[in-house]
Design a protein around this ligand. Structure first.
Ligand code: ADP
Ligand code: MG
Length: 706
């Protein structure tokens, strides 16, 4: 990590970022303007402009000590990828100069054959290309200049998460602008999606992390009995930060600030050793890049502090897993948040149109939102005994509920009366919607929180691009439909007629609104009655991604082509099967090597104890030891059986070529085998003293941080 020469936070903040401020300072005016234009509208960047930017960028990077540059992209692994090139260019006389051209800035040609492509890229054209995304700032990390890029095949098909995200933002912008213009906004040119991704994570001791193979190979524990204490005392959430953990968090903040990542809020989370970091929201594609950097830095800084940072959705059985709350809103280019209800929501037609568009989008495309957060890891949260459930519903709070009711009944007079009274009394109209009144329901997967929506289903390791692609596109679609219905409305009764249109949408989609407790069985039953989907696992959900409805949505908004969708469908299913395959192999090895050998050693010790005792006192009753041995023997036999079955079933999966069937098999057979085996192993573990087992106990893993 770079040495700081400055100590004040404002000086540190963004010190390693080729930010708008730096560009303004250093680029010739016309070049700066051209780059801004490209960033905003995606207009073509001329080569001489690119050359000029590259030269300035290189000099800035050299001043900061960089020797290399890399195109930084986000392939379908969900992680980031980079390939570093140095700036050196031989001068022919044995020397070098530091060189960086506009062409190198704008386009890269990494060999793409080893990234997941879901059949999009034939091997004869294995090269892909990366293209500079000037809307996300370049930065320096570990002596390298990082240039955020999109990644595509030679045919132009997206092989990454950034390309469709940018396309979806574009789609939402054009749909929103059209609607806003109809509603009388003459100022608006484009709208941006804003995202704030709250990130949950676990910190554990690095030495303990390195001991068992499951955490290293799979990011989660595959065996391990619960500790005597879990999260039942509710003493960790917002609890006092332990001094060393606090040092880690400070260090993390500073590293993120240098990179221009606006880390803001940090606190302990519900589970022991679980924490959260929330940034200040930004434009969606920057927020996505920054969330990737945040996850990377969490791990790097942890290593420095002798911790391991776990970003798996469910590292420990029996205690809360980790999510990533996606706070989302829409803002105009002149800074108006379109989801801000203001003081008088019922008269705020613009707000109501956008609110109803979101309600309709979430209901109409709930299954696609569900697919966007589906991973093998997240399956352990959604639909399991944890927040939030796999059913997508929407919480709007009491105030908005009253507003929706008024729209629905067509009788806004009640609300208007209150509004008038309050106005006469000089007070604000409806109790102004604050976080306190909207954020009470923590059980809802999709909640209105004052002036934005919070989607709580994403898992902690997910690229937050995925849900935002769906959200942007679905809302764009609903806005288009509403536009068709309101574009010809004019005259005195305009607002009332628009309200009548909104009523139609609300009627069709209000079934998704639910303000009660989303964790209860009653809700799941009620949701089924309402016809809401309950897609419990990735293999259940994924076929929806390639349904006719999905293809129509994404192709009509130019976010995905049909083949891009098909490729993603394949990649997600394959990734799911591979993840469980690796987990199965890891578990087999751990049970055999770490568990059974420990159990046998303990049994040996017990047996020789019995023999020893009987030598000294022949008629001594060794019932206790014998009882334990018998219990262990019984468990051991069962474990061997279950292990055999897991091994056999896993081997059987290897022949399956249909990706969906394969994933289903892993879900219904292999994962079930693993669950059964784990139950027996964890039960037997309780009989064996810690020193016989090679892997740390849950108590050590979760409660050893200082
Ligand atoms: P919490 O959800 O923990 O109560 P807050 O509601 O204060 O916390 O904020 C959560 C996240 O929402 C933060 O990352 C914040 O920056 C983000 N956020 C706030 N306003 C917006 C907005 N208009 N668009 C997107 N994200 C936002
Ligand atoms: Mg939140």
């Amino acid at each position: 990590m770079e040495e700081e020469k400055v100590t004040g936070i404002p000086e540190i903040y963004g010190s390693l970022v080729f930010s708008d401020r730096v560009m303004k300072e250093r680029l010739p005016k016309d070049v700066y303007r051209a780059v801004r234009e490209t960033a905003k509208n995606g207009s073509h960047l001329k080569l001489d402009v690119a050359n000029s930017v590259a030269a300035v960028m290189k000099n800035w990077a050299l001043e900061k000590g960089a020797t290399h540059f890399t195109h930084w992209f986000q392939p379908m692994t969900g992680l980031t990828a980079e390939k570093h090139d140095s700036f050196i260019s031989p001068t022919g006389d044995g020397g070098v100069i530091m060189d960086f051209s506009g062409k190198e800035l704008v386009k890269g040609e990494p060999d793409a054959s080893s990234f997941p492509s879901g059949g999009l890229r034939a091997t004869f054209e294995a090269r892909g290309y990366t293209a500079w995304d000037p809307s996300s700032p370049a930065f320096i990390k570990d002596g390298t200049l990082y240039i955020p890029t999109a990644f595509a095949s030679w045919g132009g098909e997206a092989l990454d998460k950034k390309t469709p995200l940018l396309r979806s933002m574009q789609a939402l912008s054009s749909s929103a602008v059209r609607v806003l213009k109809t509603l009388g906004d003459e100022e608006v040119k484009h709208v941006d999606t804003t995202v704030g991704a709250e990130q949950e994570y676990f910190l554990i001791d690095k030495d303990l992390y390195l001991k068992p193979t499951d955490l290293v190979m799979c990011g989660r524990t595959l065996i391990g009995a619960p500790a005597p204490k879990g999260q039942e005392m509710e003493d960790h959430y917002f609890g006092v930060l332990k001094p060393k953990v606090s040092e880690y968090m400070h260090d993390l903040d500073r590293e993120l600030w240098k990179l221009g990542v606006p880390a803001k809020t940090k606190h302990n989370e519900v589970a022991p050793s679980q924490h959260e970091l929330a940034p200040i929201f930004e434009t969606a594609n920057i927020a996505v890049d920054h969330n990737q950097l945040m996850m990377e830095m969490m791990k790097k800084v942890a290593d420095k502090h002798n911790y391991a940072c776990l970003l798996h959705e469910k590292p420990f059985e029996g205690i809360n897993g980790s999510g990533k709350h996606n706070n989302w809103s829409i803002v105009t280019d002149y800074g108006k948040n379109l989801l801000d209800p203001g003081k008088d929501p019922i008269s705020n037609t613009t707000f109501l149109v956008f609110l109803i568009a979101v309600v309709s989008a979430v209901d109409e495309y709930a299954d696609l939102l569900r697919t966007s957060v589906a991973t093998a890891g997240n399956d352990h949260r959604l639909g399991a005994n944890e927040a939030p459930p796999a059913v997508i519903s929407m919480f709007v709070g009491d105030e908005l509920e009253a507003v929706l009711k008024a729209i629905d009944s067509g009788d806004t007079s009640e609300l208007q009366k209150i509004s008038k009274q309050k106005m006469e009394m000089g007070a604000s109209v409806l109790p102004h919607i604050t976080r306190d009144t909207t954020d009470r329901n923590r059980t809802s997967p999709f909640a209105f929180t004052g002036n934005k929506f919070e989607f709580r289903m994403p898992g902690s390791s997910l690229s937050v691009a995925d849900p935002n692609i769906v959200l942007n596109t679905a809302v764009a679609e609903e806005l288009d439909r509403i536009y068709e219905d309101i574009k010809d409305i004019d005259g005195e009764n305009k607002d009332a007629e628009i309200m009548a249109v909104l009523r139609k949408y609300l009627d069709a989609h209000k079934k998704v609104v639910f303000n009660g407790n989303g964790y209860t069985d009653e809700w799941i039953a009620e949701a089924e009655k309402r016809g809401l989907d309950n897609l419990k696992s990735l293999p259940d959900a994924m076929p929806r991604l390639i349904s006719d409805k999905s293809v129509k949505l994404f192709t009509s908004h130019h976010v995905f082509t049909e083949s891009e969708l098909n490729s993603r469908y394949e990649i997600f299913l394959e990734n799911y099967a591979k993840t469980i395959h690796i987990e199965s192999l890891t578990m087999q090895e751990m049970v055999r090597k770490d568990f059974i050998s420990g159990m046998v050693k303990y049994e040996e010790a017990l047996s020789s104890e019995v023999v020893q005792k009987k030598k000294v006192i022949p008629d001594l009753d060794s019932a206790l030891e014998e009882k334990i041995i018998r219990k262990l023997d019984k468990a051991g036999a069962k474990i061997l059986d279950q292990l055999d079955r897991l091994e056999k079933d896993t081997r059987q999966a290897e022949g399956e070529s249909d990706v969906l069937k394969d994933a289903q098999y892993y879900h219904t057979v292999v994962l079930e085998d693993m669950t059964a085996l784990r139950a027996t192993v964890d039960c037997a573990e309780k009989l064996i003293p810690d020193e016989y087992l090679d892997y740390p106990t849950y108590a050590e893993l979760l409660f050893s941080l200082r």
